[in-house]
Ligand binder design. Structure first.
Ligand code: GLN
Length: 211
């Protein structure tokens, strides 16, 4: 039996950082479940869209027949957390996407894909997050997007601190890297790889609120 106290949270398992999310969800008192087929969306109280490659996840979601049922679940209010590629997939608008790339949408934001630069420009930084107590979260950015623009209903939870890239002024300074809108949460970075469960705890709390 499942209970609202131990919600079942899916991790879209088409490509990307699935295992790390499942492990972190378990640490937060949720039951993590990989989701590859439409039938596996049933009974979920939340879903994580992991980091990976947003164009690949988009394509595979269509090939596996997951796109439409997932859109329906999101439209029905299923809480979702997207990290990195997952943030891109939850965004209503993309810049620097591939011309045929689609998102699931839901978050009234514009994201810029690969905004921080290519793979070599991946970096780590400490980010203060609204709604996450206990000091800044150590954030790992890997070919990450940032949020260029947010709609009215979107709460900005975190930004890159000025000078956090080697202390020198950088185009990354002040960029929005964590947002929330209703039951949707997204981060540009990968909280699942740093061993700090607080972002997942925030998401599991959002899921419990809804259940
Ligand atoms: N650059 C990737 C994309 O566009 C995202 C990278 C990641 O998830 N680590 O989908």
């Amino acid at each position: 039996m499942t209970s609202p106290m131990q919600p079942v949270v899916g991790v879209l398992a088409l490509q990307g950082e699935v295992r790390e999310h499942l492990a972190t969800l378990d640490r937060c008192g949720a039951l993590g479940r990989p989701v590859r087929r439409p039938g596996e969306l049933g009974g979920l109280q939340g879903i994580v869209i992991p980091g990976g490659e947003s164009t690949t996840i988009d394509k595979l979601s269509r090939a596996f027949g997951l796109r439409e049922p997932l859109l329906a679940a999101l439209a029905g209010g299923l809480p979702a957390f997207g990290s990195c590629a997952g943030m891109i997939l939850l965004a209503d608008r993309i810049m620097d996407g591939r011309s045929d790339q689609q998102t699931f949408g839901g978050l009234d934001i514009t994201v810029r894909r690969n905004a921080f630069g290519r793979q070599v420009d991946s970096f780590e930084s400490d980010i203060d997050l609204a709604g996450v107590a206990g000091g800044p979260v150590h954030a790992v950015f890997i070919r990450a997007p940032w949020v260029e623009q947010v709609g009215e209903g979107v709460e900005v939870l975190g930004r890159v601190a000025t000078g956090s890239r080697d202390g020198a002024p950088s185009p990354a300074d002040g960029r929005i890297v964590a947002v929330r809108q209703g039951a949707l949460l997204a981060t540009s970075f990968h909280p699942e790889v740093s061993g700090d469960p607080r972002v997942h705890q925030l998401f599991v709390a959002m899921v419990r609120e809804r259940s």
